[in-house]
Each structure stands twice: as structure tokens, then as C-alpha cells.
Write a protein that binds this ligand. Structure first.
Ligand code: ZN
Ligand code: ZN
Length: 448
């Protein structure tokens, strides 16, 4: 049994209930069990110690250049290898490139390809739920680093199919020998290069090894935290992923995360040429002759991408639209017959005007009518459809909009309007349709 489990008193004839340490309240006796000490050593203690060592370790120019270069190599191992190649199969890579990515990815100290990709596939499949291993819904810090330094219940995490990875000998070999790969790629190799190259063994270990890995880790962790926290959602706002140039800058282009979650098998994260996505540029460059190291680069059809973008724009327009007064929906208006309409206008003195089959109460507008009181009063108790639409004056778009806020009833026998009213009841009425606008005034009205 795992040391992280606790047996509760058993109920007769039932198996003892075992509760994972992550679900137990924290106490003086169990707090240390809640920490994943191996991960904490790799992502907190060693990087902190490395940063401390920089106080007494001189940084030479060649070591600085090598550290930056190796930073980009190992970051690409994660973004171009672990993420876009193995987790999402956005493209295919020939053996030398797969070996390079497996090696540099191990140097980023983020677990084996197999472990990383299984988590990442669960993250995409169950984004923002408890089954998402680094769900941002559990807090920004949890999504950034908490999920690694805490002992989480393995039963909570969503399971995914990684059979394709188990058929890749590079992935299987790297997983089996991950400890050795990590030691070599993260610390020994950068130290040997600096040591044999320009005699800076210790600087190579501290800067190109430990400190460089610390920066790569924090940058990659930002994809799980910042990319689900800050930025725009141009393709979908159902879940948390967001696009932001800042996240892209620190993650070699992984910051266009809203696009990525919508189109995960696209080898690009940024689709506009000037957006910063060096991972995409490198994958593309590697596909060119004479290298030909990457191939079958996948892209989603721009038609599908634009559909998503347009739907989001439509949502934004709808939100703005719903904040404005467009008048009562036709479906909510009572139906009034012609006799009742004329009677109320004549005998009650109601300032009712019928336009386009809809009855409007213009009482409060009489004094403000730009065309004067006389004209508007002359329309009371009448069908002013033609007058309003060019018979006397072809009213503006704004006038139609304003008129709609005065509507009080639908005229029985108003034909299309009654039909609209029934359509409106089904929630299909488009508020942008100006019901009072008619294309051509009837001839009789022009003659009048
Ligand atoms: Zn994500
Ligand atoms: Zn992904």
C-alpha cells in the first residue's frame, strides 16, 4: 500500500475505506505526505539552490551565450517535441529529430515524454474540470506548480489513450531511462560543453545546467497558468484558454492558447505571420530541404478557423445588442383589431399610430417630432406606413429604431406582422429587423 494512504476504521462486512492523503485534512502528522518530494526537489529546491550559487559563480560571456542557446534547445524539446509532436501529433519527425527532441526535452526536467503527454492529453480532454491535472479552476498557483509539488490522488486525473506513444521506441526508451537522461541532458551535458569548450565546468553546470533548467520550467509552467488566465478568447470562450503575446514571448509561441485548445492538432499556435511563434517557424524550417527532418505538418482549414472567430464576434455583438432598448419584442405585444385602434385614437384621445402593422403610442413624442406636431398628429388613428416610408418623408434608420421603442400592440390582420409575432414566440425574431420599414410605399399612398 502507498504511504500516502490511510486506513479508516472498517465497517463490519465492508472493505476498509482508503482515503488518499490529498483528501485528508492537513495535520502535523501528515503534512509531509501531502508533498511530492521528488518533484519538489526538481522544480523548487535544486533551482533555488542554483540561483543561490549564482552569487558566488562568475558568469563568463561564452557560458552566457551557451546557456541562452541551450535554453532555446531544451525549451524547443518541450514545445516542439513533448507538446506539438508527441502530445498532439501535429506533425511527424524523422529519427534524428525525435532523438534530439527526446534528449533536449529530458534536459528541461519536466518528466518523461510519456508522463508529460498523458497529462497534457487529459488537460485538453477535461480542461477546467477536476480530471484536468492542472486545472486553472483550482487556482493559478495550482495550475502553475502546485499540481506537481503536491501529492494528488491518481484516481482523480482523467485517463487518456497513449497507445501511439507506447509504439514509439524513442518514447518508451526515454521513459525507461528517464533518470539517466535527465542527469545527462539537464546537467552533465551542458557542463561538459562549457568545460571542454572554454574550461568553465562549474559555470556550465550552474548557469547552462541548473539556472537554465529553472527558467525553462517556469516558462513552460506559464502555459498551464498564465495562458489560462490572461488574454483574449477570439475562437471560443466556453473554457479558460486565452491568447496573449506576453505568454507567447515566454513560451516560444505557446501563448496563443485559445487557438491551440480549439485546433490542437494544428502545428501552429499563432496563425498570423507577425505573431511570435518560433516553435512553428522551427518546425517549418526543419521540414524544408535539405533537412527534411519534419513532415506532414498539419493545419486546420482556414474556413473552420474563421467560423470560430466569426461566432465569437457574433457573441460580442449579441452582448452589446442585448444591452440596448429595441422596444418590446413583438411576441410580447397584445393584438389589437382595427376598430379598437381607431376607436381609442378618436374617443380616448390616445396618440396611436399604425405603421407596418404595429401600433405605436407617440404621445410623449408629439412635441419632439422633428417634422413638427401637425404632421405626427395627422397620422393618429391611421395607418401611416406609407407616410413614414417616403409618402411624406422617408424616415431615417434612427427614426425606425426610435419608433420601435414606442410600440404597444400588433394590428390584427397586419399580415406579415402577425406572422412575425408568432415567429417571435419561437424566439426567432431578429431585433435588427425593422418591422416598420417597407421597401416601396404602396402606390395609393403616394397618390394620396
Ligand atoms: Zn491549456
Ligand atoms: Zn496542447
Amino acid at each position: 500500500m502507498s504511504p500516502n494512504m490511510e486506513i479508516l476504521p472498517s465497517i463490519p462486512e465492508h472493505k476498509p475505506a482508503i482515503i488518499h492523503v490529498s483528501h485528508q485534512p492537513i495535520t502535523l502528522g501528515n503534512w509531509y505526505k501531502k508533498i511530492n518530494w521528488l518533484n519538489t526537489t526538481l522544480v523548487v529546491f535544486i533551482p533555488t539552490f542554483g540561483l543561490y550559487l549564482t552569487r558566488t559563480t562568475p558568469l563568463t560571456r561564452p557560458t552566457l551565450i551557451w546557456s541562452v542557446l541551450y535554453y532555446f534547445c531544451t525549451a524547443f524539446g518541450i514545445t516542439g517535441g513533448y507538446h506539438r509532436l508527441w502530445s498532439h501529433r501535429c506533425y511527424s519527425a524523422r529519427l534524428p529529430l525525435r532523438i534530439f527532441l527526446a534528449f533536449t526535452g529530458a534536459g528541461a526536467i519536466q518528466g518523461s515524454i510519456r508522463w508529460w503527454s498523458a497529462n497534457h492529453r487529459a488537460h485538453h480532454r477535461w480542461t477546467d474540470t477536476m480530471k484536468d491535472p492542472y486545472s486553472v479552476m483550482r487556482g493559478l498557483l495550482f495550475s502553475h506548480i502546485g499540481w506537481m509539488v503536491l501529492n494528488n490522488d491518481p484516481k482523480v486525473k482523467g485517463r487518456t489513450d497513449i497507445s501511439d506513444l507506447d509504439n514509439d521506441p524513442i518514447v518508451v526508451w526515454q521513459h525507461k531511462h528517464y533518470g539517466k537522461c535527465l542527469l545527462l541532458a539537464a546537467w552533465v551535458f551542458p557542463m561538459i560543453v562549457a568545460g571542454l569548450g572554454w574550461g568553465d565546468w562549474w559555470g556550465g553546470l550552474v548557469y547552462a545546467g541548473i539556472v537554465r533548467a529553472c527558467f525553462v520550467q517556469q516558462a513552460t509552467f506559464c502555459v498551464n497558468s498564465l495562458a489560462h488566465w490572461i488574454g483574449e478568447q477570439p475562437f471560443d470562450d466556453m473554457r479558460s484558454p486565452r491568447d496573449h503575446v506576453l505568454t507567447a514571448l515566454v513560451t516560444m509561441g505557446e501563448g496563443y492558447h485559445n487557438f491551440h485548445h480549439e485546433f490542437p492538432s494544428d502545428y501552429r499556435n499563432a496563425i498570423i505571420w507577425y505573431q511570435y511563434d518560433p516553435t512553428k517557424w522551427l518546425i517549418y524550417l526543419l521540414s524544408l530541404p535539405p533537412l527534411n527532418l519534419s513532415y506532414s505538418l498539419k493545419t486546420f482549414r482556414s474556413n473552420e478557423i474563421e467560423k470560430g472567430r466569426l461566432q465569437q464576434e457574433q457573441k460580442a455583438v449579441n452582448r452589446k445588442r442585448s444591452a440596448l432598448d429595441w422596444g418590446l419584442p413583438l411576441s410580447e405585444l397584445p393584438v389589437m383589431d382595427w376598430d379598437n385602434f381607431t376607436l381609442r385614437a378618436k374617443e380616448d384621445g390616445s396618440a396611436l399610430v399604425a405603421i407596418g402593422g404595429v401600433i405605436h403610442d407617440v404621445e410623449l413624442f408629439v412635441n419632439e417630432h422633428p417634422g413638427g406636431k401637425t404632421l405626427i398628429k395627422s397620422a393618429v388613428g391611421k395607418d401611416a406606413t406609407a407616410l413614414f416610408n417616403g409618402g411624406v418623408y422617408e424616415h431615417s434608420n434612427a427614426a425606425h429604431n426610435l419608433l420601435s421603442t414606442m410600440r404597444v400592440a400588433v394590428l390584427r390582420g397586419g399580415q406579415e406582422v402577425e406572422m412575425f409575432k408568432h415567429r417571435g414566440m419561437e424566439g426567432k425574431q431578429n431585433v435588427f429587423e425593422q418591422i416598420t420599414r417597407v421597401e416601396k410605399p404602396p402606390m395609393s399612398a403616394i397618390a394620396a
